[in-house]
Design a protein around this ligand. Structure first.
Ligand code: BGP
Length: 461
């Protein structure tokens, strides 16, 4: 096999998440999640209808099959299975995912299931959410049901989507708490939850694979001034390696721990916690990549504002500050576009952890326009994705073991905090933030392009 080709069984896929695509927020017994009750700024859609995938999943999967997807990464809404997060199982919720998974299998599409993607049950949130250790037990009970009911057909699992973004950009994600100290306590509980879920998966479905899915962006220093290098190392530690060191090695990254200690925000760790965390061994690392990030040393007397999001790093007082990278262009929504950074990040993750990698998100949010003839010419998306896949190929030639690539998103859906106008899909959904219209599906130019990428196993970009 030439080093520049993808494996024969490479999982060409695409991603979505339940609360961003399904809609039907209160149907068939579903309970409310924190995403259903969060404050939504004017002019931005709520999550009640989304792309109505709940009712249109058969039509959507037919399109995914036409696209040639080998894998579909989606998440299960905890509140469809347990409306209150715990207690009685909602069989109608189980049935929905049975049908969804069966439909995928019928079309020879491998289901890749994220157990938890930002949508904590609101009833659990009211009891303290992830700050309350009993949420870990509720999560495990939810996982057990998923593994028992779907484990015969689902062999690819992802524990928690972007735990690092829930901690670092909780405002943008809609998971805010009062203090940074509380966030890092939640973080510890999430690590425990992920570790126990990993072990339970291995116990209940011995032939399944499972791993974490943080958002990993390699951090560049602004200059070769050693102060900037230290700043970048610290940012890498608290944004990236903290999460992967815990998932893979079961230990707190020392630079990240020192950061927490200096800020007096280190979590309380109970006897036995670290043994549980270090006993869990993921089979792969799933990660989401959108862009690199650049930081510099923290300047004196500078007050940082709170305007960051997943790809816009503001900084940490006393440690580092985000800066722009003049070598990179920006997307419509101000995220830097860095395909080479993708290779850099892949090399680094592979070098540090020596595990197979599956990319669970990568893509560009843009204002797509429907032309008068009904076509959607999203050349910027083709450009973004083809340049990233090119770098993925180079990473494979570097020896990185990549087993799959699932861009965000299979179909248009609602962004975490910027509404429906920020579109990512290969398939357009005819609606706006304030107007539902007919929700018709339209194949974008990128749909036909990705179809060729998949059928040529990445040769034709
Ligand atoms: C990731 C999330 C996704 C998704 C994506 C794009 O952080 O896992 O849920 O939304 O980013 O981000 P956004 O929707 O903010 O544009």
């Amino acid at each position: 096999m030439s080093k520049h080709t993808f494996k024969k069984d490479f999982l060409w896929g695409a991603s979505t998440s339940a609360y961003q695509v399904e809609g039907a927020y209160n149907l068939d017994g579903k309970g409310l999640s924190i995403q259903d009750v969060k404050d939504i700024p004017d002019g931005i859609s709520d999550f009640k209808v989304c792309s109505d995938h709940y009712h249109k999943f058969k039509e959507d999967i037919k399109l995914f099959s036409e696209l040639g997807l080998k894998g579909y990464r989606f998440s299960i809404a905890w509140t469809r299975i347990f409306p209150n997060g715990e207690g009685e199982i909602n069989e109608k919720g189980i049935l929905f995912y049975h049908n969804l998974i069966d439909e995928l299998v019928k079309h020879h599409i491998t289901p890749i299931v994220t157990i938890y993607h930002f949508d904590l049950p609101y009833e659990l949130e009211k009891k303290g959410g992830w700050s309350n250790r009993s949420t870990i037990d509720a999560f495990l009970n939810y996982c057990k049901v998923l593994f028992e009911r779907f484990g015969d057909r689902v062999k690819h699992w992802v524990t928690i989507n972007e735990q690092n973004m829930m901690i670092l950009h909780s405002g943008a994600i809609g998971t805010s708490v009062n203090s940074q100290k509380e966030l890092y306590q939640q973080n510890h509980h999430l690590f425990l939850a992920a570790a126990r879920a990993t072990n339970l998966c291995h116990q209940l479905i011995p032939d399944a694979k499972i791993g974490p899915a943080p958002n990993i962006s390699y951090i560049y220093p602004k200059t070769c001034n050693p102060n900037d290098i230290i700043a970048a190392q610290t940012c890498n530690a608290i944004r990236n390696w903290l999460y992967l060191d815990m998932a893979v090695h079961g230990r707190y990254n020392n630079i990240a721990w020192d950061f927490m200690k200096k800020k007096k925000i280190e979590p309380a760790i109970l006897v036995g916690d670290m043994e549980i965390i270090s006993s869990a061994k993921p089979d792969y690392i799933a990660f989401n990549y959108y862009s690199s990030i650049t930081v510099k040393a923290y300047g004196e007397n500078i007050i940082l504002d709170d305007t960051g999001d997943q790809q816009i790093e503001v900084g940490e007082e006393g440690f580092f500050m985000g800066d722009d990278n003049e070598y990179l262009e920006l997307s419509d929504f101000g995220w830097e576009i860095d395909p080479l950074g993708f290779r850099v990040t892949l090399r680094e993750v592979s070098d540090r952890y020596h595990l197979p990698i599956i990319i669970t998100e990568n893509g560009i949010g843009a204002y797509d326009k429907v032309n008068l003839d009904g076509s959607i010419e999203d050349d910027y998306r083709i450009d973004y994705l083809s340049r990233h896949i090119e770098q993925l190929k180079l990473a494979v030639s570097d020896g990185v073991d990549v087993i799959g690539y699932c861009p965000w998103s299979a179909i248009d859906l609602i962004s975490t905090h910027q509404g429906f106008k920020k579109r990512y899909g290969f398939i357009y959904v005819n609606r706006e933030d304030n107007q539902l219209k007919d929700l018709k599906r339209i194949k974008k130019k990128s749909f036909y392009w990705y179809q060729k990428v998949i059928s040529s196993n990445g040769k034709e970009l």
